[in-house]
Design a protein around this ligand. Structure first.
Ligand SMILES: C[S@@+](CC[C@H](N)C(=O)[O-])C[C@H]1O[C@@H](n2cnc3c(N)ncnc32)[C@H](O)[C@@H]1O
Length: 205
């Protein structure tokens, strides 16, 4: 972990300086989405966070068999990684089908919280996208409410289609496939990190 922190602190310079951007996926599950994005964007460095050992092992097999070179894995809580990353170091962040914790007494376990949104806003670069998906309507509402009330994040959606459909460059995840097979409706939200200058204006208003 000490080595990992030292490595991450150097991003985006050091051994990874030749990548044009760094994208982060929190809770990648078995890693299908992460691997697909890494294949589609070989000039981007990907960091995936996932404490679930079977998921890590599945992704490692894919990385090994396909010779994928642009993925780093953090096998622990994403909050530790977010705290270790430099300011404005991430160009895109994915949080796809996080555990919904549907019981009210468990809401505090949800990954989307004011504290984690502060962490996410700090590491995202100006204008960077934060993609979120869920098949749980109440978690979608919870996330929208917390994001639109965050000074550094915005939701630039224009039409309802913006959240009913996945963008073409947004590969399906395993959890999503199972949810759709069970007839569940998914919500896809793309947020943006405001520019640091606009954030100061928002605070003044
Ligand atoms: C419902 S699964 C979805 C997995 C995958 N994103 C998908 O759509 O198939 C949620 C995943 O988030 C992971 N997770 C939960 N809390 C996490 C945290 N604090 N940091 C990183 N991963 C986390 C879990 O281990 C689990 O694999």
């Amino acid at each position: 972990m000490a080595d990992f922190r030292a490595l991450v602190r150097q991003l985006p310079s050091g051994p990874f300086r030749n990548y044009s951007d760094i994208w982060l996926e929190v809770g990648f599950g078995q890693g299908e989405h992460l691997a697909a994005q890494a294949r589609a964007h070989p000039d981007t460095l990907f960091i995936g966070c996932e404490p679930y050992i079977d998921g890590i092992s599945r992704l490692l097999r894919t990385i090994d068999s396909e010779g994928i070179e642009n993925i780093l894995i953090h096998d622990d809580d994403a909050q530790i990684l977010l705290d270790a990353l430099p300011d404005a170091s991430i160009g895109r962040l994915f949080l796809l089908f996080p555990d919904p914790w549907p019981k009210r007494r468990h809401y505090k376990r949800r990954f989307v919280s004011p504290t984690n949104l502060d962490r996410i806003a700090r590491v995202l670069g100006d204008g960077a996208a934060f993609r979120f998906a869920t098949d749980h309507a109440e978690y979608a509402r919870w996330t929208l409410w917390h994001v639109v009330n965050h000074v550094a994040l915005e939701w630039p959606a224009i039409r309802s289609g913006d959240w009913r459909h996945r963008a073409r460059d947004w590969p399906e995840t395993r959890y999503e496939r199972k949810a759709v097979a069970r007839g569940r409706t998914c919500t896809y939200l793309t947020f943006r990190r405001c520019t640091r200058a606009a954030e100061t204006d928002n605070e003044v208003e």
